[in-house]
Design a protein. Sequence first.
Length: 754
Amino acid sequence: MTRQATRVAILILGTADWNQQIATNQHYMTRELAAIDGARVWFTESLGLRKPELRVRDMRRVAHRVFGKSRGGSTGERRPVPDNVHIISPLVAPYHGISTATINRLLLSRSVREWLRSPGEKVLWSYSPVTYGLEKYADVSYYHCVDLLDTIPGIDAGVIRRNEARLASHRHVRAIASSDVVKKHLESRGFIDPVLWENVADVSRFGTPAEPDVAAGEARIIFAGNLAPNKVNFELLTQLAERGLHVSLAGPLAEGGGDVANQMDRLLASGCRYLGSLSIDELSDALAASSIGLIPYLQNDYTRGVSPLKTFEYLASGLQVVATPIPGVHASERDVVVVEPARFVDTVMRLASANRTLADVQRRRQIAEQHSWHQRGADARALVRGDLERRRNTTRVAVVAHADVWGGAERYLCELYSRLGDTVQTELVGAIPNWPPSAGPTADARLSAKWSRKSMLLALPRAPRELRRVERMVAAWAPDVIHMQYKREQIVFTRRLSRIAPVIWTEHGTLPQRSLAARALMALYRAASSHASAIICVSSEVAHSVTSVTRHSRVTVVENAIDSRAFAPASAQQREAAREVLGIDQEVPLALWVARLHPGKLPELAVRIGRHWHGVTIIAGDGPSRSEIEAAARTSPRVRVVGHVADTRELYAAADLMMFTSAGRGEGYPTTTILEASAMDLPIITHRSSGAGDVVEAVDGGVVEEADDITSWLTGMDEVRSRSSSARRAEWVAQHSTDQWTLRHADIIAEVRK
């Protein structure tokens, strides 16, 4: 679906209320993202990750959420709201386990329905991993982790960990970390290359036009922030006051839960002055009147991930900073002093007696200006614009396929998605042998074996469970297009997955219609095909077969292709080297058979021919008939079964010709092996009933009229050996270029996406 590029709808999932007493990263980020041209922003207040406590503070918030208005639903001073920002106070259960997941998902979707229905491109920027799947509706999504949420008392750590792992499985969700510790935490959850953005401050709001008094005098010490029991070392503050320093405290009491009444009573009794929760202007005045800013944090799992923005608020006001050792505070020789708790009080006492110079103030302000929201806002807007631009130019494809054995159909998918390049992002939901990393990531759906006549009945009972699992995994990838090519995936998965994105099928062979079981299967196939947006067929014969069964209106022929740069005629030296590796004398004729070891490919015919031929026959491939073929080959020393060979070029280089013995049921021509052999200028011989006669004759090969006429095979093989360096073959190969083949597929994917 085409998006309106002039409008951007941004949903911010916060972990705080809009009017909470201290402005945090999420409040500033809302302001900065709202500055994107054409943006409408919805700030969604906290979903209640922390379980409510039976305290007046929490009960007041609950009551306000239930009965209050939606514009900044928390109590306290009203924070200004930009004109294009809307505040949402979602009414959800403050429990986020399995029992409440369904109702909370419905309630949250109802609360953000205006964002969901908005035209244009959608952005999700979440400070919580608990998103209830909203990322699947966004063009780009971000998880901005500024705290180790699973270490906060009252928050269910299991809920946080499960949801972080879930978001990490969505490859299009970009993670942003506020510290090195948080970055490592996100990587441990499975996020790839999180962006490191340490917290910054709104430094333009701090400092005064006139320079503060910098002469030596009575030092004033201040801590500004949330006076939380899991964060602040109250004992250090008490000791400073008891040593006679003027200690001021500014900020809310236990904003994130807990009780600090006893600690505050002792602080006040020791002579500390509590200024209350200050507005940004009041806080600026309080800092301007101080000389040292404190970060007296406890050292625990939570504070390991904290990146205090107050560091730069202090510096912007010209204050020297003294902090206990936490990873998010970086020492600077004269401006940020980091000291162990045992030496904290003595260090503050010593620094409080020192003069503060004008140069100190100016240097600290310069440091703070390098960590400002002015620059961070520009970075955030550039990140979103760049990701949206890439998203516009990229199609996300989910390839739903599972196979245990390598063959032409598997090679097709690997080749296609390795070649589609930067304009297509692919995830394989399932498993395919030799799927290359360049084709895209893999999500193993733990599917049962590919359907066959023997396995289908056993696999059917598992289909509903497999469908649910695949549906979840595909939805997590949020594709624009879904691609399938095996019967189980097409018949069982298409209808449901087509609700997520348009579905493309590829057919590699003609459809079975002879037996009663085949006709029953084709009835299911026909019903499922009505939910496919396009069907790609590898030959006109396959297309005719598909059309006769489905009557589908969008059946397109894209013949298989070959990369003639990778598969090129072997030189004499390459041929000699390949034969040395295989242990075959240079003068001995070598016939090659490459295919899946399946009864329909007639590998036993190749063995029979090989027994009578005067040269060596190599059979390469794997499949259900392998043990039978190996047993048959043991009766003839001139027939070798080598199994699956990932790179067949050495075999083609060594060979004099290739046998193609398929029974002609379900093949789509030209097959991959016909293309590869032709590109390497290897003559091919087949029989008329294979259905490949026209193609083989087009590449200057030979055709035996009767498959079981061994004498004709032997005569024909000697004849076609002389047909190397064929101009007809070279011209045909040039017409089956992978470049054009890739472009045809890209065009079909783009058309279906629209």
